[in-house]
Write a protein that binds this ligand. Structure first.
Ligand code: PEP
Ligand code: MN
Length: 258
Protein backbone atom coordinates (compact mmCIF):
# COMPACT_ATOMS: atom_id res chain seq x y z
CA UNK A 1 0.00 0.00 0.00
CA UNK A 2 2.99 2.30 -0.62
CA UNK A 3 1.30 4.56 -3.16
CA UNK A 4 -1.74 4.95 -1.04
CA UNK A 5 0.21 6.54 1.78
CA UNK A 6 2.15 8.82 -0.55
CA UNK A 7 -0.76 10.02 -2.63
CA UNK A 8 -2.61 13.10 -1.54
CA UNK A 9 -5.42 12.36 -3.94
CA UNK A 10 -8.34 9.94 -3.86
CA UNK A 11 -8.46 7.39 -6.66
CA UNK A 12 -11.74 5.57 -7.21
CA UNK A 13 -11.51 3.00 -10.01
CA UNK A 14 -13.35 -0.05 -11.24
CA UNK A 15 -16.04 -1.10 -13.68
CA UNK A 16 -19.00 1.09 -14.57
CA UNK A 17 -21.31 -1.61 -13.21
CA UNK A 18 -20.78 -4.70 -11.10
CA UNK A 19 -21.81 -7.47 -13.48
CA UNK A 20 -20.81 -10.77 -11.90
CA UNK A 21 -18.81 -12.17 -9.00
CA UNK A 22 -15.90 -13.10 -11.30
CA UNK A 23 -15.78 -9.62 -12.82
CA UNK A 24 -15.83 -7.93 -9.41
CA UNK A 25 -13.15 -10.26 -8.00
CA UNK A 26 -10.92 -9.36 -10.96
CA UNK A 27 -11.53 -5.67 -10.31
CA UNK A 28 -10.73 -6.12 -6.60
CA UNK A 29 -7.47 -7.88 -7.43
CA UNK A 30 -6.43 -5.19 -9.93
CA UNK A 31 -7.44 -2.36 -7.63
CA UNK A 32 -5.50 -3.90 -4.78
CA UNK A 33 -2.35 -4.32 -6.88
CA UNK A 34 -2.51 -0.61 -7.72
CA UNK A 35 -3.42 0.52 -4.21
CA UNK A 36 -6.39 2.50 -5.44
CA UNK A 37 -8.26 4.12 -2.58
CA UNK A 38 -11.72 2.81 -3.45
CA UNK A 39 -12.83 0.18 -5.93
CA UNK A 40 -15.94 1.00 -7.96
CA UNK A 41 -18.49 -1.76 -7.46
CA UNK A 42 -21.60 0.01 -8.63
CA UNK A 43 -24.77 -1.94 -7.88
CA UNK A 44 -27.52 0.44 -8.99
CA UNK A 45 -27.14 2.04 -12.43
CA UNK A 46 -29.16 4.99 -13.63
CA UNK A 47 -29.92 4.15 -17.28
CA UNK A 48 -31.05 6.45 -20.05
CA UNK A 49 -33.15 3.64 -21.56
CA UNK A 50 -34.27 0.39 -19.92
CA UNK A 51 -31.59 -2.29 -19.94
CA UNK A 52 -29.17 -3.88 -17.47
CA UNK A 53 -29.52 -1.60 -14.45
CA UNK A 54 -27.20 -3.33 -12.04
CA UNK A 55 -27.16 -6.29 -9.70
CA UNK A 56 -28.95 -4.26 -7.04
CA UNK A 57 -29.34 -5.76 -3.58
CA UNK A 58 -28.08 -9.15 -4.60
CA UNK A 59 -24.68 -7.57 -5.28
CA UNK A 60 -24.23 -6.41 -1.68
CA UNK A 61 -22.19 -9.54 -0.76
CA UNK A 62 -19.62 -8.33 -3.32
CA UNK A 63 -19.07 -5.19 -1.26
CA UNK A 64 -18.53 -7.39 1.79
CA UNK A 65 -16.11 -9.51 -0.20
CA UNK A 66 -14.15 -6.37 -1.19
CA UNK A 67 -13.84 -5.32 2.44
CA UNK A 68 -12.72 -8.81 3.45
CA UNK A 69 -10.09 -8.76 0.70
CA UNK A 70 -8.70 -5.47 2.01
CA UNK A 71 -10.05 -2.87 -0.43
CA UNK A 72 -12.54 -0.12 0.22
CA UNK A 73 -15.76 -0.44 -1.81
CA UNK A 74 -17.57 2.42 -3.56
CA UNK A 75 -21.03 2.28 -5.07
CA UNK A 76 -23.75 4.59 -6.30
CA UNK A 77 -27.02 4.60 -4.38
CA UNK A 78 -30.22 5.82 -5.99
CA UNK A 79 -32.41 5.72 -2.89
CA UNK A 80 -31.98 5.97 0.88
CA UNK A 81 -33.12 2.32 1.07
CA UNK A 82 -30.06 1.32 -0.97
CA UNK A 83 -27.75 3.14 1.45
CA UNK A 84 -29.52 1.57 4.43
CA UNK A 85 -29.26 -1.97 3.03
CA UNK A 86 -25.55 -1.55 2.25
CA UNK A 87 -24.70 -0.02 5.59
CA UNK A 88 -26.57 -2.73 7.50
CA UNK A 89 -24.64 -5.46 5.65
CA UNK A 90 -21.20 -3.85 5.37
CA UNK A 91 -20.72 -2.08 8.70
CA UNK A 92 -20.38 -5.30 10.74
CA UNK A 93 -17.30 -6.32 8.68
CA UNK A 94 -15.87 -2.86 8.01
CA UNK A 95 -13.52 -2.61 11.02
CA UNK A 96 -11.16 0.34 10.40
CA UNK A 97 -11.87 0.46 6.67
CA UNK A 98 -13.97 2.94 4.68
CA UNK A 99 -17.11 2.71 2.60
CA UNK A 100 -17.94 5.22 -0.12
CA UNK A 101 -21.49 5.82 -1.31
CA UNK A 102 -22.29 8.31 -4.01
CA UNK A 103 -25.21 10.22 -5.43
CA UNK A 104 -25.14 10.36 -9.22
CA UNK A 105 -25.73 13.27 -11.56
CA UNK A 106 -29.26 12.28 -12.51
CA UNK A 107 -30.52 11.93 -8.96
CA UNK A 108 -31.84 15.45 -8.49
CA UNK A 109 -34.58 15.10 -5.90
CA UNK A 110 -33.38 17.08 -2.90
CA UNK A 111 -35.42 15.01 -0.43
CA UNK A 112 -33.59 11.91 -1.63
CA UNK A 113 -30.21 13.69 -1.52
CA UNK A 114 -30.83 14.87 2.04
CA UNK A 115 -32.07 11.51 3.23
CA UNK A 116 -29.13 9.59 1.71
CA UNK A 117 -26.81 12.05 3.45
CA UNK A 118 -28.68 11.51 6.72
CA UNK A 119 -28.39 7.74 6.40
CA UNK A 120 -24.66 7.99 5.52
CA UNK A 121 -23.94 10.33 8.43
CA UNK A 122 -24.41 7.64 11.07
CA UNK A 123 -20.81 6.42 11.00
CA UNK A 124 -17.55 8.27 10.33
CA UNK A 125 -16.21 5.38 8.25
CA UNK A 126 -18.89 6.13 5.65
CA UNK A 127 -17.99 8.69 2.99
CA UNK A 128 -20.46 10.32 0.65
CA UNK A 129 -19.59 11.61 -2.82
CA UNK A 130 -21.92 13.85 -4.79
CA UNK A 131 -21.71 14.54 -8.49
CA UNK A 132 -22.85 17.72 -10.19
CA UNK A 133 -26.22 17.73 -11.95
CA UNK A 134 -26.29 17.18 -15.76
CA UNK A 135 -27.24 20.74 -16.78
CA UNK A 136 -25.05 23.82 -16.42
CA UNK A 137 -26.16 25.75 -13.37
CA UNK A 138 -23.69 26.76 -10.69
CA UNK A 139 -26.42 27.63 -8.20
CA UNK A 140 -27.98 24.20 -8.55
CA UNK A 141 -24.59 22.56 -7.96
CA UNK A 142 -24.11 24.66 -4.82
CA UNK A 143 -27.62 23.69 -3.78
CA UNK A 144 -26.92 19.94 -3.98
CA UNK A 145 -24.02 20.41 -1.60
CA UNK A 146 -26.16 22.49 0.77
CA UNK A 147 -28.88 19.80 0.68
CA UNK A 148 -26.53 16.97 1.62
CA UNK A 149 -24.92 19.05 4.35
CA UNK A 150 -28.37 19.82 5.73
CA UNK A 151 -28.93 16.04 5.76
CA UNK A 152 -26.19 15.89 8.38
CA UNK A 153 -23.15 14.53 6.53
CA UNK A 154 -19.94 15.93 8.00
CA UNK A 155 -17.68 17.99 5.74
CA UNK A 156 -14.91 15.56 6.71
CA UNK A 157 -16.88 12.76 5.03
CA UNK A 158 -18.01 14.58 1.90
CA UNK A 159 -16.33 14.46 -1.51
CA UNK A 160 -17.47 16.33 -4.62
CA UNK A 161 -17.15 15.03 -8.16
CA UNK A 162 -17.21 16.90 -11.45
CA UNK A 163 -18.61 14.80 -14.31
CA UNK A 164 -19.22 17.59 -16.80
CA UNK A 165 -22.46 19.00 -18.20
CA UNK A 166 -24.69 17.96 -21.11
CA UNK A 167 -23.22 19.47 -24.28
CA UNK A 168 -25.00 22.60 -25.39
CA UNK A 169 -23.17 24.15 -28.29
CA UNK A 170 -19.36 24.22 -28.41
CA UNK A 171 -18.09 20.63 -28.14
CA UNK A 172 -15.20 20.16 -30.59
CA UNK A 173 -14.01 16.86 -29.08
CA UNK A 174 -17.53 15.38 -29.15
CA UNK A 175 -17.49 14.81 -25.40
CA UNK A 176 -20.28 12.97 -23.63
CA UNK A 177 -20.41 15.72 -20.99
CA UNK A 178 -18.43 18.94 -21.20
CA UNK A 179 -16.35 19.84 -18.16
CA UNK A 180 -16.32 23.33 -16.72
CA UNK A 181 -13.02 23.14 -14.89
CA UNK A 182 -13.18 26.72 -13.68
CA UNK A 183 -16.60 26.23 -12.18
CA UNK A 184 -15.43 23.02 -10.49
CA UNK A 185 -12.47 24.89 -9.00
CA UNK A 186 -14.72 27.73 -7.80
CA UNK A 187 -17.03 25.23 -6.06
CA UNK A 188 -14.03 23.45 -4.52
CA UNK A 189 -12.57 26.67 -3.12
CA UNK A 190 -15.90 28.09 -2.01
CA UNK A 191 -16.97 24.92 -0.17
CA UNK A 192 -13.50 23.90 0.98
CA UNK A 193 -14.32 20.32 0.02
CA UNK A 194 -12.26 17.85 -2.02
CA UNK A 195 -13.24 17.76 -5.70
CA UNK A 196 -12.47 14.69 -7.80
CA UNK A 197 -12.84 14.53 -11.57
CA UNK A 198 -14.66 11.91 -13.65
CA UNK A 199 -12.81 11.52 -16.97
CA UNK A 200 -15.08 8.62 -17.97
CA UNK A 201 -18.47 10.34 -18.06
CA UNK A 202 -16.96 13.50 -19.50
CA UNK A 203 -14.92 11.70 -22.17
CA UNK A 204 -17.43 9.06 -23.27
CA UNK A 205 -14.86 7.16 -25.37
CA UNK A 206 -11.41 5.81 -24.54
CA UNK A 207 -9.46 8.40 -26.60
CA UNK A 208 -11.49 11.20 -25.03
CA UNK A 209 -11.12 9.76 -21.53
CA UNK A 210 -7.33 9.96 -22.00
CA UNK A 211 -7.66 13.56 -23.21
CA UNK A 212 -9.79 14.38 -20.18
CA UNK A 213 -7.13 13.02 -17.84
CA UNK A 214 -4.62 15.24 -19.56
CA UNK A 215 -6.78 18.39 -19.46
CA UNK A 216 -7.81 17.85 -15.85
CA UNK A 217 -4.20 17.40 -14.72
CA UNK A 218 -3.75 21.17 -15.23
CA UNK A 219 -6.31 21.86 -12.49
CA UNK A 220 -6.18 21.22 -8.80
CA UNK A 221 -8.45 18.17 -8.56
CA UNK A 222 -8.19 15.96 -5.51
CA UNK A 223 -8.40 12.69 -7.39
CA UNK A 224 -10.48 10.90 -9.96
CA UNK A 225 -13.39 8.52 -10.43
CA UNK A 226 -12.60 6.35 -13.42
CA UNK A 227 -14.20 3.38 -15.11
CA UNK A 228 -11.82 0.45 -15.60
CA UNK A 229 -12.90 -2.99 -16.80
CA UNK A 230 -10.84 -6.14 -17.43
CA UNK A 231 -12.68 -6.65 -20.74
CA UNK A 232 -14.26 -3.32 -21.76
CA UNK A 233 -15.42 -4.62 -25.11
CA UNK A 234 -17.83 -6.99 -23.39
CA UNK A 235 -18.93 -4.64 -20.60
CA UNK A 236 -22.69 -4.55 -20.04
CA UNK A 237 -22.71 -0.76 -19.62
CA UNK A 238 -20.56 2.08 -20.97
CA UNK A 239 -18.37 -0.30 -23.02
CA UNK A 240 -16.99 2.55 -25.15
CA UNK A 241 -15.47 4.54 -22.32
CA UNK A 242 -14.02 1.96 -19.95
CA UNK A 243 -10.22 1.69 -19.77
CA UNK A 244 -8.34 -1.53 -19.35
CA UNK A 245 -6.27 -1.76 -16.18
CA UNK A 246 -3.15 -1.35 -18.32
CA UNK A 247 -4.48 1.86 -19.90
CA UNK A 248 -5.35 3.08 -16.43
CA UNK A 249 -1.78 2.50 -15.19
CA UNK A 250 -0.40 5.22 -17.44
CA UNK A 251 -2.93 7.70 -16.05
CA UNK A 252 -2.40 6.67 -12.46
CA UNK A 253 1.19 7.89 -12.73
CA UNK A 254 -0.16 11.45 -12.98
CA UNK A 255 -1.51 11.06 -9.46
CA UNK A 256 1.44 9.29 -7.89
CA UNK A 257 2.95 12.48 -6.53
CA UNK A 258 4.41 12.68 -3.06
C1 PEP B 1 -21.68 6.67 -12.92
O1 PEP B 1 -20.69 7.21 -12.41
O2 PEP B 1 -21.83 5.46 -12.91
C2 PEP B 1 -22.72 7.47 -13.59
C3 PEP B 1 -23.89 6.92 -13.90
O3 PEP B 1 -22.38 8.71 -13.89
P1 PEP B 1 -23.27 10.05 -13.82
O4 PEP B 1 -24.02 10.00 -12.53
O5 PEP B 1 -22.19 11.10 -13.82
O6 PEP B 1 -24.13 10.09 -15.03
MN1 MN C 1 -20.77 4.54 -16.46
Amino acid sequence: MKNKLKRKTTIIAGPCAAESREQVLTAIKNAKERSVDFVRISLWKPRTKPGFDGLGKKGIPLLIEAVKRGVYPATEVLLPEHAKAIIKAVLPVLKNRKLLLWIGARNQNHHIQQEIARVASIDKRIFLMVKNQPWVDEKHWEGIIEHVLSGGISKDNLILCHRGFIPNGYNPLGLRNVPDYKMAMRIKVQTNLPMVFDPSHTGGSVPNVLKMFDQASKYNFDGCLVEVHHDPEHALTDAKQQLTWEQFDAQLKLYAKD
